[in-house]
Write a protein that binds this ligand. Structure first.
Ligand code: PLP
Ligand code: COI
Length: 368
């Protein structure tokens, strides 16, 4: 994964200011009460692909899209997205975390979904142009950030099944606090029963909306069983841990060794996952990427050999897991509280993201 600062086409985006932008008071009120993904900034960035090229780079008022009911995305789900955050540092400056990596993953997802390629410089340019316009929306309170959601969808109106020739790309932005209501508290996880998120050769390692649609029914079952997230097992053997609905997963052994499912093509290659692996290894910990069975995790929790479990992702950062449940078992991880290795890696990562620690990796990109 490369973090070489990519060029940006931000200057090519025409800004059409929102005449109905929120007042300073209304914006401050919105920023004082942060949840996840419910509030959006005054503008959005967009481009359109047609006649084989990207056109109309602009930043305009956030608002409803006009779509033909025959737009292919509404029928065949030809859509991809990304998620990354902008952080406000104590000196007021604004920084993105590894946006080049999100841009590269977006290109991979586009390839898998037969969507047009979007250059890294346009991906970053759209984000930078939007942040420049809506910089006042990047919150400054602890553990808050501006969540950016770039997405691309088939907007051509036709009902034949083939890749669309007209495609829209947008970036919207949402000031956010913690993903799970209640902040950094251990979450409970339900093991999906009879459903899988992705199969070999499918779209598991692409960030496409369809993967999330497939996760909603098991997620609903997790809620019904008092859990906040669902854990998916592999589709072939139904034994190996893959990932959660929107996060990668780790187990921490009593001896401090950390394990995470190896990448098989059915798991999303989390940018947080790559970063956590690097930080752990540089702290002298052993990180093993391997096949991990549900049975060994259950038995490890019961015997105390597994001391901690955590999940990680852009939205969830690093979230401790306190309980793992299925129709056959219901086990508490350790004492059910956040473990020390989980909280340490969370702090190591967020210290870099918020500029409290030196960014020796070159992960942060200053954007304001
Ligand atoms: N796995 C899934 C299914 C996700 O939706 C996400 C979130 O983006 C992740 C893993 C973690 O990826 P990242 O760390 O790049 O946010
Ligand atoms: C993210 O962490 O960015 C995600 O996409 C997870 C979820 C909000 C879908």
């Amino acid at each position: 994964m490369t973090d070489i600062a990519a060029p940006s086409t931000a200057g090519a985006f025409e800004v059409r200011p929102n005449a109905s932008a929120l007042s300073v008071e209304a914006r401050d009120a919105a920023l004082a009460d942060l949840a996840f993904g419910v509030q959006f900034t005054d503008h959005m960035a967009r481009m359109q692909f047609r006649d084989g090229e990207w056109h109309d780079r602009r930043v305009e008022a956030y608002g409803p899209l006009q779509m033909d009911p025959a737009s292919a995305v509404l029928h065949y789900a030809q859509e991809i997205f990304e998620g990354l955050k902008a952080y406000r540092w104590a000196d007021g400056s604004i920084h993105l975390f590894r946006p080049e990596a999100n841009a590269e993953r977006f290109r991979k997802s586009a390839y898998r979904l037969a969507l047009p390629d979007l250059a890294v410089e346009d991906f970053i340019g759209a984000i930078e142009a939007l942040i420049e316009t809506d910089h006042a929306w990047v919150p400054g309170v602890e553990e808050s950030s501006l969540y950016l959601r770039p997405f691309m969808f088939a907007s051509e109106a036709f009902l034949g099944v083939r890749p669309a020739a007209v495609v829209d790309f947008l970036v919207i932005a949402s000031p956010v606090g913690a993903y799970f209501p209640g902040g950094v508290k251990p979450v409970s996880i339900w093991v999906a029963q009879g459903f899988h998120r992705a199969g070999p050769g499918g779209t598991g390692d692409a960030k496409c909306g369809g993967n999330y649609a497939a996760s909603l029914l098991p997620q609903q079952q997790a809620y019904a069983n008092g859990c906040q997230q669902v854990l998916f097992l592999d589709a072939k053997d139904d034994r190996y841990l893959e990932e959660l609905g929107g996060m990668n997963v780790y187990v921490v052994r009593r001896d401090g060794t950390v394990e995470t499912p190896r990448l098989t093509g059915t798991i999303l290659e989390g940018i947080t996952r790559y970063s956590v692996n690097q930080l752990l290894e540089d702290d002298g910990r052993k990180v093993i990427e391997k096949d991990i069975t549900l049975d060994e995790v259950r038995m490890g929790i019961e015997s105390g050999d597994i001391a901690e479990i955590f999940a990680c992702g852009t939205a969830a950062v690093v979230t401790p897991v306190g309980r793992l449940a299925s129709p056959d078992f219901d086990v508490t991880v350790g004492d059910g509280e956040a473990g020390p290795i989980t909280m340490d890696i969370r702090r190591r990562l967020t210290d870099i993201q918020y500029g409290r620690a030196e960014d020796v990796y070159g992960w942060m990109r200053k954007v304001g």
